[in-house]
Write a protein that binds this ligand. Sequence first.
Ligand code: 9WN
Length: 446
Amino acid sequence: MQTRSGYDDRAATVDGALWRQAVDTLEANWEVDHTVPSRTLYPHQWSWDSAFIAIGLARVRPDRAWRELRSLFAAQWSDGRVPHIVFNPRLRPGDYFPGPEMWASTDAPGASELATSGIIQPPVHALAAERLWRLTGTSEAAAELARLYPRLVAQQRYLARRRDVGGGGLVCLVHPWESGLDNSPAWDAPLDRVPADAAVMRTYRRHDTRFVADSHRPTDLDYARYLALVSSYRERGYADDDLAGRHPFLVECPLFNALTAAAEHALAAIAPVVGADPGPHRARARALTAAIVDRLYEPASGTFRPRDLRTGTLVAPRTVLGLGPLILPELPAEQVRAVLAEACSPRFGLAERMSRPLPSHDRTAPDFEPLRYWRGPSWINTGWLVWRGLREHDRPALAAGLRDSMLDLVGRSGCHEYFHPETGAGLGSPAFSWTAALTLDLLQTP
Ligand code: 9WN
């Protein structure tokens, strides 16, 4: 039922005001062939944002959802990497920092002709494509899927062949931005070892702190380290060989790797539609799941935590990243129980009736910060992933509790980028696309 300017309003009756707010947010952030995460803070196209956005657009504008994925994959590099930002050439330099001039991607061998960053983000795109296919199922959708499938396979191949720096079958990240949870306390110790001087930031103009209070964002020293990592990777043309010998930040993240395995499951579901063999995808998903348990699970604490390849140890903080493996359908029962215990503990407060939203960091930790991004606040995308995991492992009452908590949050505060984990007040960008998109998905999935 296409009723308002091409949008499918079928579920507007679920919660009309919230539905419309979410649709209006996505409409306002639409830009020719993609959706910006936020008009102010993030005015280009971001990789994992586009996947979450496509999942929401699938509910209202499947044509735009496919377009979103198509435009992102048009910037895929020849080695299969999907860059974390695709820069909009129509914007002025200075509209985002660090911009195209800092990344200089077009000088790198095998890069896209479009200006992009050189790093990656979690591969949520196969999940989005599978979802889109299931919700639409038309012959146009089948054609879109057939075009996208080889690109999704190349993306996974890049991760498997170029990023297994630790040699244990997991993807290694070279920058906190690759995790999507950029400022998580999980990255503090590995980042501390990256040599940098905060004074370097005097030569640049940060874009984020023009819109959000300094106290909500990473510090200048964090930014100096982020830039040092960009330089280290860029200087070798974003090549991935010999990373262990030269790159100062190398981590294996449980959420990123769980999403890589989930992507293989999604590709296994897609394969028969495009005439491909699902077997190799299933085998890779199984191997990744085993490697995640083997390398990132600590039986003594019952937690999944990132591994720092520089020290060979698991990082100390217990963050929401550790709940990520719940999305794995083949996660063994012992680890399912452990993740649920962690999620339902006072650290994260998951419950059938939640009094406070799911935080991004352990609420009981001394470095929990309710206002600084990824160090405490609640985010709809991580909540949505945990919710999917709860459904996957047949915990309907907990899934409903989490869903209600997220919808209550967005209903009261709006489509904010993130939320105060105690009061639920909206923080960051006030019109944030993945919050809107995933709200539409939540509203449609009782
Ligand atoms: C750097 C766009 C992106 C998200 C990330 C989030 C934030 C960028 C920034 O915004 O990161 O990539 O400038 O802080 O941490 O998850 O994809 O919404």
